[in-house]
Design a protein around this ligand. Structure first.
Ligand code: NI
Length: 199
């Protein structure tokens, strides 16, 4: 068989393989949606040991008892993090007094820069039920892994760096189990009801 014909024959399975890989990527994202939660709840989230923006050591057990949101980000984030934190603040505000036990955990993926003090001053612009969490790089990495989140340092032209990270907002129930990704693409009052009915 001429080489070119052979290459054509090979091209199809290779293309199919590439598409398959793409689909696998899609599946990885889909596993974090509510529809797939039955099979994945036990595997997302888990024990962590971090420090709050007030410098208090905490574990995942401190947040059991009320539903909570978990979001990974960093204070130097130019757009995604401030937008999400603003949206989460709007939802929490919409829960009013009934939602005072609710929490949203903002876990930094940039512990080198995000000390408790930096987190505290950054979070002063948002709802006070948002708790900033940081820790040693190892502790943060272990937490990121437990939530199957993604974070990667990317150097910038000016010799500085930024972080690529998962922008998913995790909804955990009051027992600390993963429920699904929390939908912020709806009116705050509606998202607030979703949290309140889980109290
Ligand atoms: Ni961000």
């Amino acid at each position: 068989m001429p080489l070119s014909a052979r290459a054509r024959q090979l091209a199809i399975p290779i293309a199919a393989f590439a598409v398959g890989l793409g689909m696998l990527g899609g599946v990885a994202v889909l596993t974090l949606t509510p529809s797939a939660r039955q099979s994945t709840t036990a595997e997302i989230g888990g024990p962590f040991q971090l420090v709050t923006h007030d410098g208090r050591p905490v574990t995942e057990r401190d947040f059991k008892g009320a539903p909570h949101l978990v979001f990974f980000g960093f204070t130097h984030c130019p757009d995604v993090c401030p937008t999400k934190l603003f949206e989460i603040s709007e939802v929490l505000r919409a829960t009013g007094d009934r939602g005072k036990a609710l929490r949203a955990l903002f876990i930094t993926v940039d512990p080198e820069r995000d000390t408790p003090e930096v987190l505290k001053s950054y979070l002063a612009s948002f709802d006070e039920r948002i708790v900033g969490l940081t820790g040693s790089p190892e502790a943060v990495q272990a937490t990121t892994r437990a939530y199957r989140a993604f974070a990667r340092k990317v150097p910038t032209k000016d010799g500085d760096y930024t972080m690529e990270h998962t922008s998913l907002v995790y909804l955990m129930d009051r027992t600390g189990r993963f429920v699904g990704s929390f939908n912020l693409g709806r009116p705050p009052a509606e998202a607030a009801q979703d949290l309140l009915r889980r109290l």
